[in-house]
Ligand binder design. Structure first.
Ligand SMILES: NC(=O)c1ccc[n+]([C@@H]2O[C@H](COP(=O)([O-])OP(=O)(O)OC[C@H]3O[C@@H](n4cnc5c(N)ncnc54)[C@H](OP(=O)(O)O)[C@@H]3O)[C@@H](O)[C@H]2O)c1
Length: 263
């Protein structure tokens, strides 16, 4: 702990903070005394979270209504931050989604565009708006939420996996892009995590979503936030390139140990 990077009073920018992994990251960073910019499209959710965390931890919080697919909105939002808020120390580039579970050639155009726009273009929009400031200050840390889908393709997940493979490439490339500066780049790549992810994937079908996590113990979003926080608190000379984490019941993309009641 002695050499760990202290987060107290640092600015942490989290995309997709209204739910799941992003929200859990907000709780973890708040507990370390960081000031938080909480971005998502569902502004009422991030407003509530911002109020709660500010009250509970005595930190400053800034809720931000943001659609990462909108490049101009992302740039304007960062540009409009006060000079103090603009000094982002840690960016948790987390907003993302899977839509549907179809063969590549049967993927609906709106699903294709939704995943590419959010997971790939959205990620780059946020990087482009925030990393130049980090490079200029010669300090900062980008932590992207990748996925096991960025390493292995599974049936029905071709397009989503392609976007997460792109995230992996972006992560590797970004570290080279900031080479020679003190900016750190990490990727936290989880397997199955129980969040709203599957509800979004199946267009609100909660029953179908529940089946994804049935008869096994998936990761919780807090488990992923723990990994993110660990990356962020390493001493400044340590860059964690990637963390691959899965629940004990998952050994590969589709190798999942389900304990049915008759087994
Ligand atoms: N759950 C899993 O099994 C799993 C596994 C591996 C990786 N991941 C990755 O983890 C990340 C977080 O997912 P999660 O599991 O926490 O799912 P989640 O509970 O559905 O959260 C997704 C977050 O992304 C935000 N988001 C989606 N589209 C956005 C947009 N256009 N602009 C801004 N924010 C947007 C959502 O906020 P709004 O809707 O309010 O905008 C929400 O806060 C994603 O990148 C996902 O690919 C998840």
């Amino acid at each position: 702990m002695e050499n760990s990077f202290r987060l107290k009073d640092r600015i942490v920018f989290i995309t997709g903070a209204s739910s799941g992994i992003g929200k859990s990251c907000a709780l973890s960073f708040a507990a370390r005394g960081a000031h938080l910019i909480l971005a998502a499209r569902r502004i009422e959710r991030v407003e509530t979270l911002a109020t709660e965390l500010a009250r509970a931890h005595g930190i400053q919080t800034l809720p931000l209504e943001l659609d990462v697919t909108n490049r101009k909105a992302v740039f304007d939002a960062v540009q409009d931050l006060s000079p103090e808020w603009r000094k982002v120390e840690v960016l948790v580039n987390n907003a993302g989604k899977a839509l549907g579970l179809d063969k590549s050639y049967e993927t609906k155009i709106e699903h294709l565009e939704g995943m590419m726009e959010t997971n790939v273009k959205g990620l780059v929009h946020v990087i482009s708006a925030i990393v130049p400031g980090m490079v200029e200050r010669n300090q900062g840390h980008v932590i992207q939420i990748g996925s096991t889908a960025g390493r292995w393709v599974y049936p029905g997940g071709t397009v989503y996996c392609a976007t997460k493979h792109a995230v992996r490439a972006l992560n590797e490339g970004l570290k080279m892009d900031v080479h020679g500066t003190n900016v750190r780049v990490s990727s936290v790549d989880p397997g199955l995590v129980e969040t709203e992810f599957s509800i979004v994937r199946f267009d609100g079908d909660a029953e179908r979503a529940d089946k994804v996590y049935a008869d096994m113990t998936p990761l919780s979003p807090h488990d992923v936030a723990d990994a993110v926080l660990w990356c962020a608190t390493r001493p400044p000379h340590v860059n964690i390139s990637e963390i691959l984490l899965m629940c004990t019941d998952q050994s590969h993309a589709t190798l999942i140990n389900r304990q049915t009641s008759d087994s």
